[in-house]
Design a protein around this ligand. Structure first.
Ligand code: AMP
Length: 442
């Protein structure tokens, strides 16, 4: 280890080093190594870093260092989703505690009043999603006139989500004389223009080029008809007990997949834009603490999920935007842990697969659909039966099982273990089926 690769070498103060030690961070990640010194010096910077690289600490630590001892709201961090904002707030809590640097979390889906109070109290850092911050600006309950540090986190996603007008409105209220740090997984098109307009002689830090996959994620694709996707998912989940994040393209499909897994006896919850803030939090907390082994999510809702040790990401549907594939797979193989990403590709999705492979500059290995798995064949059989019984369910993949007594609202948790699900459906001990290893290259 060279001296230059330690936190001590980056010019951080003793309290910051102590907080890092408490957090269990031993070595800086590449983005932290490169971003912290210019950020501490007050320079503008563009950090092009994929998810899971440690970028949050790369800007939160310098904010705390630069604001300690100052009063009033002097930093603003903008993030695309409530979950990401909450995650940034957790980092600020971790590194700013005891140093007089407090965060006001200003996000939609929760009451305005507590936020109004925090804003009035002059919390040093506002962590906000653009929509809600604009509501406060319109009402005059947020003041940005003393902002010295502005962070745009996941700027690519904020622009993708159509937040540009909101961002422009906010930026017009922030003093021109300030430090701006922009983080983005990619620096394509609109983000580059936005950065050119709002940053001043930024230091550019690129940790991974656009479209780079986390090195350690093992990827494969299953070529499978849509109506067999649920059976395939059940079969893959029967292989082991690993924590699994499942992505669907729409909120409705997330609901359907979640219900199907729930009926099959898995501990599962879901997160998407139609869920309330409380429901999302419950789902995320439950996923973090292991109450739910599986979380079904849409892309936007999953953006801020920071759960260590997600062993398996399943792309139940391929994303329409190839960059989302990278973001999704970035949820596994974070930091030191390794993980795998399995994608389900129906015949209609083949063009999307081609786009992803072009974007990531990598051919994804094809894995064999585990048709010999009892779980798979049972699920397909049941679905066929259901098909005959109830033609209105045509096209929906729903393995049967006695509907369980559950109140509609929250996450779905089963008391039956997954092993008992397998045993119940097959009458035998769960056994390994299929393979995550590619059997054949395309
Ligand atoms: P981020 O890319 O900021 O979302 O961080 C991804 C995960 O890595 C989070 O759980 C962080 O707490 C963790 N992390 C960030 N930096 C370090 C580090 N230097 N050492 C260990 N863990 C880290």
């Amino acid at each position: 280890m060279t001296e230059l690769s330690t936190f001590e070498s980056l010019g951080l103060s003793a309290p910051a080093l102590a907080a890092l030690a408490r957090a269990g961070y031993e070595m800086p990640t590449p983005i932290q190594l490169k971003a912290i010194p210019p950020a501490l010096a007050g320079r503008d910077l563009i950090g092009c870093a994929a998810t899971g690289t440690g970028k949050t600490a790369a800007f939160v630590l310098p904010i705390v260092e630069r604001l300690q001892g100052k009063r009033g709201t002097r930093a603003l961090v903008l993030a695309p989703t409530r979950e990401l904002a909450a995650q940034i707030a957790e980092h600020l809590e971790m590194f700013g505690r005891g140093r007089g640097v407090r965060g006001a979390v200003v996000i939609g889906g929760v009451g305005m009043q507590p936020q109004v109070k925090q804003l009035r109290d002059g919390h040093e850092v506002i962590i906000a999603t653009p929509g809600r911050l604009n509501d406060h600006l319109d009402r005059g309950t947020a003041k940005l006139g003393a902002i010295e540090i502005l962070v745009l986190d996941e700027a690519d996603r904020m622009l993708d989500m159509g937040f540009k007008p909101q961002l422009e409105k906010i930026l017009a209220r922030v003093p021109k004389q300030r430090q701006t740090m922009l983080f983005s997984a990619t620096m394509a098109g609109e983000v580059a223009q936005f950065a050119a307009k709002h940053l001043h002689a930024p230091e550019r830090i690129e940790i991974s080029r656009s479209g780079t996959m986390p090195e350690r994620a093992e990827q494969c694709v299953y070529l499978v008809p849509t109506q067999e996707k649920t059976a395939l998912l059940l079969a893959l989940l029967a292989v082991d007990e690993s924590t699994t994040l499942v992505f669907t393209r729409t909120k409705r499909r997330a609901d359907r997949v979640c219900h199907a897994l729930d009926r099959a006896g898995l501990e599962v919850s879901r997160i998407h834009a139609d869920r309330s803030q409380g429901q999302r939090k419950m789902a995320l907390d439950g996923f973090k603490d292991g109450t739910y082994r599986v979380l079904v999510a849409t892309d936007i809702a999953a953006r801020g999920i920071d759960v260590e040790e997600i062993a398996h990401v399943v792309n139940f549907d391929l994303p329409h935007v190839p960059e989302d594939y990278v973001h999704r797979c970035g949820r596994t193989a974070r930091m030191a842990s390794s993980g795998r990403a399995s994608s389900f590709c129906s015949p209609e999705e083949r063009p999307l697969l081609r786009d992803i492979e072009r974007f990531t500059r990598r051919t994804i290995d094809v894995a064999q659909v585990p048709r010999d798995s009892p779980v798979f064949s049972e699920a397909v059989k049941r679905q066929a039966e259901m098909f005959v019984e109830s033609p209105r369910h045509r096209g929906q993949s729903r393995p049967h099982g006695p509907p369980r007594n559950r109140s509609g609202g929250g996450g779905h948790s089963s008391h039956a273990s997954h092993a008992s699900h397998v045993a119940a459906t097959t009458g035998e001990k769960p056994r390994l089926v299929g393979s995550f290893r590619p059997r054949r290259r395309r």
